[in-house]
Design a protein around this ligand. Structure first.
Ligand SMILES: Nc1nc2c(ncn2[C@@H]2O[C@H](COP(=O)(O)OP(=O)(O)OP(=O)(O)O)[C@@H](O)[C@H]2O)c(=O)[nH]1
Length: 428
C-alpha cells in the first residue's frame, strides 16, 4: 500500500462570504452526514489544518480570499494531500490548467445551476473513495507512480503491481481496503493486459471488480479487444488528468449503483428486512455450513395472528405500521449472525445455526412475548397483536426442510389457539 488510509469525517469549507459558507456547510452536513469546518480566510483555513488535518476528508475552496486573492489556499490543501474542490466564478483555460497543475481534484462554476449538486457529488465521491482500493498494474515504475499520484488526489487507496502474476496475487490477498478497481496496462512483459483482464474477469464480476484497460497505442482495435476481454472501460495514453478522474469515478459510481440495486432487490421496502430472494440465494450455503460444521440448523416461522382484522380496522397504512414495528422488534431480538427475512405478508422467517431445540423454543417464546407486549399506538388508538411461532431444529437437513418443519409447527400453533410457540419434530 502506498497511500495511507485517512479516517476522516469533516469537510473544510473555505469561503469568505458568511452566507454562502453557512449555506454550503448546511448542505454538506445534511446531504453527506459529514461535519463542515468553516474558514473565512486563508489564516482560518490554516488554523483548521493545524488542529484537524487528520479529520479533514476533503475541502471546498473559494480562490479569492481577503488574505489570499490568487488561490494560494489551494496549495495549502494540496501540500497536505487533502482532496479539494474549487468553486470558481470563471473557468478560463489558463485557470483550469493552473488548478489541475496545482493538484486540485475538481472545479465547479459558482453560477452553474447545479453547482451545489456537483460539489456534493464530488465530495461524496472523495469520501467514498477512501474505502476503495485501486490496483495499478504496469511494468513501468514511473507510469505506476503517476497514476497513483493522480488517484491519490481523489482519495483512493492505491496498490501497485509490476506484472500480471503480481496483480493476481494482490487481488486475492487480504488488504485493509479491499481492491475494487484495477487499472491495467496492456503492454507488459509476460502476461499482457488482455490476458490479465480475461483472468480477472473470470474470477470476479463487474459488480465486485471494475477494470479499466490502459494502452499506449491508440488503435480502436486494441480498445475493442480490452473491452471484449472484460474491461469496463479503457484509457489511451496520453490522456488528460481529468479524463482519468472522470472515467475512474464513473466506473466506481456504476459499481456502487449495481451494488445498491442488487442490495435493494434483496430487501423488503416496507420493513427494510431481507426478503425471499435473499433467502433463496443464501439457503444452500447456510445448509452447507450447518452440515460441514455439524451444527444444528434452527428455523422459526413467525406469523401474526388475525392480521386481516388489524387491516380491516386500521386500514392498510395502519397495518403497515404494525408490520414495521414487529420487524423492528424481531431485529432487536435475534442475533446479528441470524438470518431474518420477511417472507411475505405478515410472515417472517428466522434461521439460526448452532441452536438446540430448547434454545430455539426459548427464542420463539421471547419473540412471541415481545410481539404480544409491543406498545403500539396508531392515530391515538392502542393496538395489540400477537403471533404464532413455529420452531424446528434439524441436524444435517437443508434450509428448505427446516423451514417446512417450522411452517408445520406454526400451523400447529395456530390450531392450538394462536399466540403460542409450537416445536416440530417434538424431541423434548
Ligand atoms: N398492511 C399490510 N397488510 C398486508 C401486507 N401483506 C399482507 N397483508 C395482509 O395480511 C392479511 C393476512 O391475512 P390472513 O392470511 O387471512 O391471515 P390472518 O388474518 O393473520 O389470520 P391467521 O394467520 O390465521 O391468524 C391479509 O389481510 C393481507 O392483505 C402488507 O404489506 N401490508
Amino acid at each position: 500500500m502506498v497511500e495511507e488510509q485517512r479516517v476522516a469525517d469533516c469537510v473544510l469549507v473555505v469561503e469568505d462570504s458568511r452566507a454562502v459558507a453557512g449555506w454550503l456547510a448546511g448542505r454538506i452536513e445534511d446531504a453527506l452526514g459529514l461535519r463542515a469546518l468553516v474558514a473565512g480566510s486563508r489564516a482560518a483555513a490554516r488554523e483548521w489544518l493545524h488542529t484537524h488535518a487528520e479529520r479533514i476528508s476533503a475541502a471546498v475552496l473559494d480562490l479569492d480570499l481577503p488574505d489570499a486573492p490568487h488561490g494560494e489556499v489551494a496549495g495549502d490543501l494540496v501540500e497536505r494531500q487533502i482532496p479539494s474542490v474549487v468553486l470558481t466564478a470563471t473557468i478560463e483555460d489558463d485557470l483550469r490548467d493552473q488548478l489541475v497543475a496545482a493538484g486540485v481534484c475538481d472545479y465547479v462554476l459558482k453560477d452553474a445551476p447545479d453547482a451545489i449538486d456537483s460539489v456534493l457529488r464530488t465530495l461524496h465521491r472523495i469520501h467514498r473513495n477512501h474505502d476503495i482500493g485501486v490496483l495499478v498494474v504496469d511494468d513501468s515504475r514511473s507510469a505506476r507512480a503517476y497514476l497513483v499520484h493522480l488517484l491519490g488526489r481523489w482519495g483512493f487507496c492505491c496498490y501497485e503491481a509490476g506484472d500480471g502474476e503480481q496483480a493476481l496475487q494482490q487481488i486475492d490477498a487480504e488488504t485493509d481496503t479491499p481492491i475494487r478497481l484495477v487499472l491495467c496496462d496492456q503492454n507488459m512483459p509476460g502476461m499482457d493486459g488482455i490476458t490479465l483482464i480475461r483472468e480477472l474477469r473470470r474470477r470476479h464480476t463487474t459488480q465486485r471488480l471494475g477494470i479499466i484497460g490502459v494502452s499506449s497505442h491508440g488503435s480502436g482495435l486494441l480498445s475493442a479487444r480490452l473491452l471484449k476481454a472484460g474491461a469496463d472501460d479503457f484509457l489511451t495514453r496520453p490522456f488528460l488528468e481529468e479524463e482519468l478522474s472522470v472515467r475512474v469515478n464513473q466506473n466506481v459510481d456504476l459499481m456502487e449503483l449495481l451494488r445498491e440495486a442488487r442490495e435493494g432487490a434483496r430487501r423488503d421496502p416496507l420493513t427494510g428486512l431481507h426478503n425471499r430472494l435473499y433467502l433463496d440465494e443464501i439457503a444452500e450455503q447456510l445448509g452447507e455450513t450447518a452440515r460441514r460444521t455439524q451444527q444444528p440448523l434452527g428455523a422459526l416461522v413467525v406469523d401474526l395472528d388475525h392480521f386481516k382484522s388489524i387491516n380491516d380496522r386500521l386500514g392498510h397504512f395502519g397495518g403497515d405500521t404494525v408490520l414495521k414495528r414487529v420487524a423492528d422488534q424481531l431485529r432487536d431480538t435475534v442475533r446479528r449472525a441470524d438470518v431474518l427475512v420477511r417472507s411475505g405478508g405478515e410472515e417472517f422467517y428466522i434461521l439460526t445455526l448452532g441452536i438446540d431445540t430448547a434454545g430455539a423454543r426459548t427464542l420463539g417464546e421471547r419473540i412471541r412475548n415481545g410481539i404480544e407486549t409491543l406498545e403500539l399506538v396508531y392515530e391515538g388508538e392502542t393496538i395489540t397483536t400477537s403471533a404464532s411461532v413455529g420452531v424446528a431444529v434439524l441436524e444435517g437437513g437443508s434450509v428448505e426442510e427446516a423451514l417446512k418443519a417450522a411452517d408445520l409447527a406454526m400451523y400447529e400453533a395456530k390450531r392450538q389457539g394462536r399466540n403460542r410457540v409450537a416445536v416440530l419434530p417434538e424431541t423434548d
